[in-house]
Design a protein around this ligand. Sequence first.
Ligand code: CU
Length: 332
Amino acid sequence: MRFASTRLRWWFSFVFALSVLVVGSQTFGVEPASAKTHEVKMTAVETELVVDGGGMKYKAWTFNGQFPGPVVRVTEGDTVQFTLENPKTNVFPHAMDFHAAEIDFLKNYRAINAADETISYTFVAKKPGVFFYHCGAPPMIQHVARGMFGAIIVDPKNAKAWPKADREYVLVQSELFKNPDDVQAMFDRKFDHIIFNGGIFKYHPFVTGGHALEAKPGERVRIYFVNAGPNEFSAFHPIGEIWDNVYESGNPANKLSGVQTYVVGPGSAATFDVVVESAGAYPLVTHSLTGALRGAIAVLIASPEAKPAPLMPQTPWKVEIPQTEITPTPAP
Ligand SMILES: [Cu+2]
């Protein structure tokens, strides 16, 4: 009898465990996503860009004429067929290094000359997250400082690996050196500004030309954050809020909860979730204050009227031209 009841209990546990596994796999199982192949082409462009609301121009080196370069977005397991072109209109060699790839650097990340040369390579984005990409041509410190960088998001193939975000933004932090030819200043860490997405106080509504980031109260706002450097660490903090979750390198498996400030080193990245509790202003800053006060403040305004916005809002700098008053002269 005792033997029979033990066996019965064993069978019961076995069947119960099996049913948990079956139900579990239905609820949490990975959807059989079909991997895609993406053709990504970029052109190195040496150009002049406006970096603040006052119209300050900067001799930047860019991918596709923008600084940061375009956001690349794929899904875990997808293949990226990448081509970089360095046209004759440029002067310097350039290269591309994707932190989301796991491939030979000597062969794939070598610099190509400015003579309509191209380089192509293929990689599989095996790990989910948000990753840095950048030019690696020597001196790399200068190519990064002048703007040759961007973000690639590798979405997890299991969308249920983390909560669904109501709104998403990409922020790329970097240092700006006023004289783009002063490589020694870059080695000496003598930066003039710390900026988000290539602009000084670009998302600060009280600075000329600045536009705040928007969200609705109660929304889960997901910030894909990359620190391009080239040298400074970021201490990313939401003033008036607490990061509900931080995911190191943007991988849902690397989950932290209730974080006030999170350090992102140069060449690293993390994904930050904040559920904005109530209407108001929440400045997102690097709490390394020399950086925040010299350009790295992005104000997130929570209001019920918030409109949908792109991943990386580009602010066409609106330079406020002082209006001279014209007093109509009475006709004689
Ligand atoms: Cu370059």
